[in-house]
Design a protein around this ligand. Structure first.
Ligand code: C5P
Length: 409
């Protein structure tokens, strides 16, 4: 697998002769592991056909603002939410001008306005058009708005001139697109993550567990790996495949999760407890399947160790982050967890009514001693990236404070 594994790239194509390279680009993005959807402007279709792009991208091409296939009639919003990144290649002078003006007069400009994902443009045009002060002013506006600009390169142009304005080669564009996700914020650090439910056996076939799918914990582990960290993921039983680029330790019970965490916690700079851990386990697990009989039976339960609190209580504890899945009084309960478990940060989310555990989207309230930050509802992988960004900022601030304190001592 490549550097864009599981990333959803929305490839925008605008009208320019370099559009012929977009087919190769779509193919290479997919080779790097990305899922690709293509949006073409009207003029782009004069240079390359939607059918070609459909064949190489593996999904239908979008061209109309309102399409009969759209479930909601709001295709620009659906695509804007779907994308992890938008890459417009080639980006024509006209498209860049429309983007700089914030226009929404076709599907591509509208979704660029509507997305919260990073937007990158790869300009391609005649040298005079590129160096024209109007285009350069538009580029300045776009850069100030955090639009990523890939290229253009220099060389022979389709118009016969030589100079700046050449679309970067597809391989370079794939590398630069992957760079949008690799922040390097956690370079050199080790992050230990727990994820999924735990399973407390009652007998060989029955147990106590919960509805955690593991999706959020896995997304957090992947976001930490993408940010450059060495990641150790301790996972309870889930149906999810092992993520790439990390060490995975599969466990069943809370005690096993506890032991695995403590076997590795000394290496960790950051600990993130995302697992939905069973608070109690049967005092005994029956060696044989229990037989049906009495109308009422008692199950004797004993408290499990609190893994998160045990990590936070270590003398040399990592930066410790916990989750608080709450059905009510979210903020109050989360604050209590922050102080009682001596956490550095708590991430509170509402569960129940289809939210949280089994869903693909989530929202979070991040609470620490200095205040509250809200991460609005988003797909779990996007949310995880925003969370890792937040944790990384807090971790580095905490490190600086500690160094200053040690300097004073
Ligand atoms: O106390 P509560 O279970 O609500 O706290 C949730 C947080 O504590 C989560 O981060 C969860 O991973 C962690 N936890 C733990 N070990 C337990 C119970 C909860 O690590 N036994």
């Amino acid at each position: 697998m490549g550097t864009l594994t599981n990333k959803r790239i929305l490839l925008g194509i605008t009208g320019g002769i370099a559009a012929y390279k977009s087919a190769d680009l779509a193919r290479r993005l997919r080779d790097a592991g990305a899922e690709v959807r293509v949006v073409m402007t009207r003029t782009a279709q004069d240079f390359i056909t939607p059918l070609t792009m459909q064949a190489v991208s593996g999904s239908p091409v979008h061209v109309e603002m309102v399409s009969a296939e759209s479930k909601t009639g709001m295709e620009h919003i659906e695509l804007a939410r779907w994308a992890d990144a938008v890459l417009v290649a080639p980006a024509s002078a006209d498209f860049l001008a429309r983007l700089a003006q914030g226009r929404a007069d076709d599907l591509l400009t509208a979704l660029c306005l509507a997305t919260s994902a990073p937007v990158a443009v790869a300009p391609a045009m005649n040298t005079q058009m590129w160096t024209n002060p109007a285009t350069q002013a538009n580029m300045l506006t776009l850069r100030r708005r955090a639009v990523h600009v890939f290229g253009p390169g220099e060389g022979d142009l389709a118009c016969g001139e030589v100079g700046a304005g050449r679309l970067l080669e597809p391989v370079e564009l794939v590398t630069l697109t992957a760079g949008l996700f690799a922040t390097g914020e956690l370079d050199g650090l080790t992050v230990l993550v727990t994820a999924g439910p735990t399973w407390e056996a009652i007998d060989p076939v029955r147990g106590i567990t919960n509805k955690s799918s593991g999706k959020m914990g896995y997304a957090v582990a992947e976001a930490a790996a993408a940010a450059g960290a060495k990641v150790i993921l301790v996972s309870g039983p889930t149906a999810l495949p092992d993520p790439e680029r990390m060490q995975i330790i599969r466990v069943t019970s809370t005690q096993e999760m506890h032991d695995a965490v403590h076997a590795h916690v000394r290496e960790a700079h950051i600990f993130i407890g995302v697992a939905a851990v069973a608070d109690y386990r049967p005092v005994e697990s029956a060696p044989q399947k229990l037989k049906k009989g009495a109308e009422r039976i008692m199950l004797d339960l004993v408290k499990n160790p609190d893994i998160l609190a045990s990590v936070a209580a270590l003398e040399r504890k990592p930066f410790t982050v916990g989750f608080a899945a709450e059905t009510d009084n979210i903020e109050q309960n989360a604050r209590q967890k922050l102080t009682e478990k001596r956490l550095d940060l708590v991430c509170a989310n509402r569960v129940g009514d289809g939210l949280g555990f089994e869903s693909d989207t989530n929202s979070l309230l991040l609470i620490d001693a200095s205040g509250i930050t809200e991460l609005p509802a988003a797909a779990k992988d996007k949310l995880a990236r925003a969370l890792i960004h937040h944790i990384s900022g807090k971790y580095h601030v905490a490190q600086e404070r500690q160094q200053q304190a040690e300097g004073r001592a």
